[in-house]
Structures are given as structure tokens and as C-alpha cells.
Design a protein around this ligand. Structure first.
Ligand code: HPA
Length: 278
């Protein structure tokens, strides 16, 4: 049997975080590649580098700052993860999603997750946003589900429902905020792949054929764990590049980070707007 994350390990980290903060955050956020600057908006922040937390999977990827920022945004107490760890860095799926477990033990009810993604849908342009309405758990289907292993009954059932992973009310609020702020908010299905290599044109044509709109290397396992624990989820992708369906262009991590600069102001107004309405 593989070695899986235990409640004791989760609570060691939770206790360490709790000992450093006076707030009781209600909203947890993860900021994806190039989206870290969103955390600069947090007021009265307490910051905790991941390296100071026992057993926290530290990210090695450029564009991922690697710290928790706890403070206030639009009058709400928030805990923001500035950077995340990915499966391709070598951790098991349950460990990659572990921060979401810590959020749950801290009493967080809302999980706002962001990522950088490639547009598989030809109508999407780099620099835009996509509201995630559903996801394709490609890696989980193949066996690497973050809930594999003994069920942690304190969080949820052995066989959790995933029929509405992304909260309909939050989706509706996000649509209203985008309309009020006059920016286009695409909607669609996100697929999480293991990475770290980008997709071949054949991979991408396959993904398009099965209904994918945007592709990335994160989020799905985090949302799976969040839903297991009953959190309400809002997911937004920042479209950093057009996926290379015909093999005529190449995708680079630098391109992903550059697009982040265009995406951040939109992501900030979307998140601020949603926070004002919940
Ligand atoms: N593919 C996979 N992950 C990504 C991409 C992509 O094109 N862009 C940003 N993350």
C-alpha cells in the first residue's frame, strides 16, 4: 500500500498556520502561473512562506512565489495561496492537493481557484478569462485521483458526487460581475493534464473532440478534494496562449507568464466583484 496523507499531518500544518493568524478566513484562493500579483491587493497581510510549514509541498516553478497571504479583500477574510505545487514536480496527488485540506480544517467555505491555461477552443484569445463550468479529470480517470487511498471520513464520503463541481450561484455572480465591468468572460470545460510537457497537436485535437475548451496542469485535483469536503468552488482560467492544434506554433512557459500581466487586472476585478457579492 502506498503512503497516503493522514489527518494528523494535515492538522500539524493547520495548527502552525492557525498559530500565526488572528483572522478566521472564510475564503481560500489559489493563484496560478503569472497570477501571483493578485495577492498584492490583500490588506493587512500576514505572509507565511511555504518552506516554513511542515510537510508543505514547495513549488520549484518560476512564476510561483510560494507563500500564503492571509488578510482582507473587499471586507472578507481571505487566505491566498500565491503559487502552487504541481503533480509533475513529483509529489503524489493527495499531497499536491493537501493545501485544500488545510483550508478545510481552517473552516474555509469558499474555494476560488485560478490557473493559466491554453485555449483549445478556437474562439478564445490569449489575455482573456474563462469561467470553468466543468472539468475533465483526465489524470484521475487514469488512476491518479487525489482521493485514492483510505477515505478521510472527517472530510467527506468515500464516493463523493461531482455532478456540479463548480457552484452555480458563484458562476452566476461571476457572470454579473463581468457584465458590470464590461469585460468578456468565456465559459467552458477545463482539462487538467499531468504535464510538464505541453501537448502535441494530436493530443489537442483529441481534447477538442471530447469537449475541452482550455488545457492546463492543475486545478482538477484541488477541486476534487474541495468538493469531497463540501466547499463551494469558483474556478477561473486565465488564457495564456492558443493551444497548438495544427502544429504551426510553439508554446513556452515565458509566454504563459507574460500573458499573466494582461490577465491579472481582469482577474483582480472579477475576484473583487465576486467577494463583494457573497
Ligand atoms: N497547455 C498546458 N498547460 C498550459 C498551457 C498549455 O497550452 N498554457 C498554460 N498552461
Amino acid at each position: 500500500m502506498d503512503k497516503f496523507l493522514t489527518l494528523k499531518e494535515i492538522d500539524q500544518i493547520t495548527d502552525e498556520v492557525r498559530s500565526r493568524i488572528s483572522k478566521k478566513p472564510r475564503i481560500g484562493m489559489i493563484l496560478g502561473s503569472g497570477l501571483g500579483p493578485l495577492a498584492d491587493n490583500v490588506e493587512d497581510p500576514v505572509t507565511i512562506p511555504y518552506g516554513e510549514l511542515p510537510n508543505w509541498p514547495v513549488s520549484t516553478v518560476i512564476g510561483h512565489e510560494g507563500r500564503l497571504v492571509i488578510g482582507e479583500l473587499e471586507g472578507q477574510d481571505v487566505l491566498v495561496m500565491q503559487g502552487r505545487t504541481h503533480y509533475y514536480e513529483g509529489h503524489s496527488m493527495d499531497r499536491v492537493a493537501m493545501p485544500v485540506r488545510v483550508m478545510q480544517r481552517l473552516g474555509i467555505e469558499f474555494f476560488f481557484v485560478t490557473n493559466a491555461a491554453g485555449a483549445v477552443n478556437p474562439d478564445f484569445e490569449p489575455g482573456g478569462l474563462m469561467l470553468i463550468t466543468d472539468h475533465l479529470n483526465f489524470v484521475g480517470m487514469a488512476g491518479a485521483n487525489p482521493l485514492r487511498g483510505p477515505n478521510l471520513d472527517e472530510f467527506g464520503p468515500r464516493f463523493p458526487d461531482m455532478s456540479q463541481a463548480y457552484d452555480l450561484e458563484l458562476i452566476d455572480i461571476a457572470r454579473k460581475v463581468a457584465a458590470e465591468n464590461d469585460f468578456r468572460l468565456n465559459e467552458g470545460v477545463y482539462v487538467g493534464l499531468a504535464g510538464p510537457s505541453f501537448e502535441t497537436p494530436a493530443d489537442l485535437r483529441f481534447l477538442r473532440a471530447v469537449g475541452v475548451d482550455a488545457v492546463g496542469m492543475s486545478t482538477v485535483h484541488e477541486v476534487t478534494v474541495a468538493r469531497h469536503g463540501g466547499m463551494r468552488v469558483l474556478g477561473v482560467s486565465g488564457i495564456s496562449n492558443k493551444a497548438n492544434l495544427d502544429g504551426s506554433t510553439i508554446t513556452t512557459h515565458e509566454e504563459v507568464l507574460e500573458a499573466g500581466q494582461v490577465i491579472v487586472p481582469k482577474m483582480v476585478s472579477l475576484m473583487r466583484g465576486v467577494l463583494r457579492k457573497i
